[in-house]
Design a binder for this molecule. Sequence first.
Ligand code: HEM
Ligand code: CU
Length: 555
Amino acid sequence: MTTGTEQVVEAEIETAEAGKNESFDGAIADTDKNESTTEHHHGPAKGISRWFFTTNHKDIGSMYLWFSLTMFMVGGCMALMIRTELFQPGLQFIQPDFFNQMTTMHGLIMVFGAVMPAFVGLANWMIPMMVGAPDMALPRLNNWSFWILPFAFSIMLMTLFMEGGGPNFGWTFYAPLSTTFAPPSVTYFIFAVHMMGISSIMGAINVIVTILNMRAPGMNMMKLPLFVWTWLITAFLLILVMPVLAGVVTMMLMDIHFGTSFFSAAGGGDPVLFQHIFWFFGHPEVYIMILPAFGIVSEIIPTFARKKLFGYSSMVYATSSIAFLSFIVWAHHMFTVGLPLAGELFFMFATMLIAVPTGVKVFNWVATMFRGSMTFETPMLFALAFVVLFSIGGFSGLMLAIAPADFQYHDTYFVVAHFHYVLVPGSIFSIMAATYYWLPKWTGNYYNEKMGKIHFWLSFIGINITFFPMHFVGLAGMPRRVPDYALQFADFNAVATVGAFLFGFSQLLFIYNVVCCIRKKNQASKQVWEGAHGLEWTLPSPAPYHSFTKPPKVD
Ligand code: HEM
Ligand SMILES: [Cu+2]
């Protein structure tokens, strides 16, 4: 998304009053002289090699975002295939085993290929500009963390064309289904998971080192923008749980090829052990997909409410406590495996406890808007929908946390509705809000606001038509991961499928708007949004290829 119009400004110009910009919570930023193209700071290289060898955080951020958008489209097409099959009972649009492959791949690609890389892309673009650093701390590692991903996902997608087909055992790839009864492609799947994990861990190391070591003078920890704080905590979660994922797939590999029986009861192993290890990774994983979203919304709501964020420090403490609690709730995914009662009670209460810091966040967003002078540009619409619809996902999460009640909800469409409300209007809407919010700074052009609003309303309506009915077929007992179902669920499934297509096609508007914004001149101001605060808004639009080569002073 970096445009060709990089501005060239002599770096060594003495400080001129004009450079001062009172926009960052009373802090003074010294910016204009922070754009440079000197012998040390060349502009972008030419041709395709630019993208292969770039170590520039903006280039790498763009590549993560384009990759994530591509994966979102691939995962979305798979979702539409699933929904077409589920439009009516008895349809054989796709074969049952291929349906299982599509469900599995849809989940894996959306989680590891769309949402996670999108947040890393936003982190790459924004963290250096928000903390006043010239780039990420480890630029070459950064290049490599990105280029592993297309490699890993090509292998993952290629499994669909291998003998026996791709992984068909769900995105949770429970053993022994994924070890004893899996298609031969499972070994490639394991290799791809390892690659993804390495990419995530390296990206997380880069984020932590950049935030802790490259902040501009005066930018102490309790001055960090919330997006930066939430990413710092997310990065620690990634470093702690991605090795657990690597561990469990390695144990799978051992069981498949080297005769061990970690998860085979016949060999003295324990299939339930797999679930404990998977969800010890899996639950923090869902917070890895939502904490950065909390940060994005905390940046956007104050801007369009034209009020300071309410309860900054309580937001930081709430994020930290959510991250901590996310490590002690994993077995709420396993209430029906026959846990001891004390275990069920512990995981039930621990899960309900997460509602407290989450509630603090929702309260602070509402308090920020209270008596604000609000305007509803596209980023704000997506941010508001996030707050409302994510809360719906949160409430159904609380219902699922009640162990005895979960015996009814477990593995039904109520669960599918729950996690899509936290992942689609949650993570995905926050990523779209962030894109509309920072796109003018990345490209130097305003996007088409009218088209943005149409995209928002079609997405909002589409998403609710798709996933709200799922709560009710789930409560009525419709199981998940089935290509066919009883007749009484037909109407709601037909509605959900129509909603999915409405949502799916309206995303084409988003792509069109982004491409037009890159190509068509519609000069954005430096400030872009009147109420915006932050160092990134002190830079010109578009942000120069190298920014903050000289650290700004943040008092
Ligand atoms: C955008 C529109 C989307 C639609 C219409 C959609 C539809 C579906 C459906 C129908 C299923 C259940 C399949 C079944 O159990 O038989 C499913 C599963 C799933 N979806 Fe989505 N989805 C969408 C977006 C997303 C996004 C954005 C994410 C993640 C970020 C996601 C993650 C998942 C996961 C993890 C599963 C579970 C797969 C499994 O059971 O193994 N979905 N999706
Ligand atoms: Cu969980």
